[in-house]
Design a protein. Structure first.
Ligand SMILES: *[C@@H]1O[C@H](CO)[C@@H](O)[C@H](O)[C@H]1NC(C)=O
Ligand SMILES: *[C@@H]1O[C@H](CO)[C@@H](O)[C@H](O)[C@H]1NC(C)=O
Ligand SMILES: *[C@@H]1O[C@H](CO)[C@@H](O)[C@H](O)[C@H]1NC(C)=O
Ligand SMILES: *[C@@H]1O[C@H](CO)[C@@H](O)[C@H](O)[C@H]1NC(C)=O
Ligand SMILES: *[C@@H]1O[C@H](CO)[C@@H](O)[C@H](O)[C@H]1NC(C)=O
Length: 297
């Protein structure tokens, strides 16, 4: 049975996507598209964005719906029903015509094979991502959470080896859906290029006569052993007249200052990779009396 539906009702605006839909189809602008209802029902009814009679041209036959001349008003949430029972839902979009660039920024806090990526888009969208691991195996698609237009996701490559030189970049594939269109991106990078350590921790300052003795520990998230994953430390201290002085220390977790200082802070970097400094630790005041321990989060 073929039913041609040409309709003249007002079109409800598509709801903005709040999550990546489990099922979607991408079509060409002005092409035809067949949407299938995954059901054993012989005949189903369809809604588009909740509308029973949207103003678009479709052919409804058994469990399939053919959209004729896909355009923006014909994109959105196609749901098939048996009476009031929802059977299946497919989100229909067109492939993006614009050339889009996403500014995806990724960061790893160590060489453990875990990292975090984030990006923003200026329009409502939903994303999912998939990581190609360093051994070439393909990860699962993972929906990405967003907060006020900022998307961020954490990844772990279980096959990542911290001790081997990375020969092949990791590949991250991103798929995005807006209300009406589909975006597809892929980025490549080496973990060594995105490493940015956390701040060093437990900075302590002790007055020893005329000198200040400083001691600290590497960031808890940093890779071990220390002998292999060395860190370069940058101490910054503020003299009593307000001048700030930097001091660099490599291969040790303590040092002495000859001058008196008001307060001290510390950051670190991997001296053999991308020169991204960690964030600073909090300032540690230099007290005349008791040494104080500071826990850095
Ligand atoms: C599509 O519509 C159905 C039925 O109203 C609803 O259950 C589903 O959550 C919607 N899906 C999306 C991605 O909006
Ligand atoms: C159809 O539905 C069945 C049962 O819910 C499910 O196992 C199957 O993966 C679905 N097929 C498609 C193409 O969605
Ligand atoms: C990309 O994003 C990062 C961090 O969000 C920002 O620092 C950088 O300037 C951006 N680059 C471009 C080309 O927009
Ligand atoms: C997305 O891009 C990848 C690689 O660039 C390609 O293999 C894939 O077919 C694209 N997906 C769609 C739905 O166009
Ligand atoms: C602060 O003191 C240091 C060392 O005592 C000195 O070298 C520097 O010039 C002083 N800076 C100012 C702004 O007075």
């Amino acid at each position: 049975m073929l039913v041609l539906v040409g309709l003249v009702l007002c079109l409800a605006p598509a709801d903005a996507l709040t999550a990546f839909p489990p099922k979607f189809q991408v079509g060409k602008m002005n092409g035809d598209m067949v949407v299938k209802c995954n059901t054993s029902e012989q005949q189903v009814t369809w809604t588009l964005n909740g509308e029973l009679d949207p103003m678009i041209e479709v052919t409804n036959e058994g469990q399939t719906l053919t959209i004729h001349g896909l355009d923006l008003p014909a994109t959105g949430n196609y749901s098939c029903w048996a009476g009031t029972v929802l059977l299946d839902t497919t989100y229909v979009v067109v492939s993006s015509t614009r050339e889009e660039r996403l500014n995806v920024s990724c960061q790893a806090e160590s060489y453990r094979g875990s990292f975090r990526c984030s990006w923003t888009v200026p329009y409502p969208a939903a994303f999912r991502t998939r990581l190609t691991h360093s051994d070439g195996s393909l990860g699962e698609w993972v929906p990405v959470a967003s907060h006020r237009g900022r998307f961020s996701a954490s990844f772990t490559d279980p096959s990542f080896c911290p001790f081997a030189e990375e020969l092949h970049p990791l590949q991250l594939q991103l798929e995005g859906l807006t209300d009406t269109s589909y975006l597809n991106f892929s980025i490549h990078f080496f973990v060594r290029d995105i490493v940015r350590p956390d701040p060093p921790q437990q900075l302590t300052v002790q007055r020893r006569g005329e000198q200040l003795h400083l001691a600290w520990a590497p960031p808890a998230s940093w890779s071990l052993p220390k002998s292999y994953f060395a860190l370069l430390y940058r101490l910054q201290y503020e003299l009593l007249n307000g001048t700030q002085v930097d001091k660099y220390v490599e291969g040790a977790e303590e040092t002495q200052l000859q001058e008196s200082a008001r307060r001290v802070r510390i950051s670190c970097q991997d001296p053999y990779a991308n020169p991204a400094w960690s964030p600073w630790s909090a300032w540690q005041d230099v007290n005349a009396a008791q040494p104080r321990r500071l826990r850095v989060h």
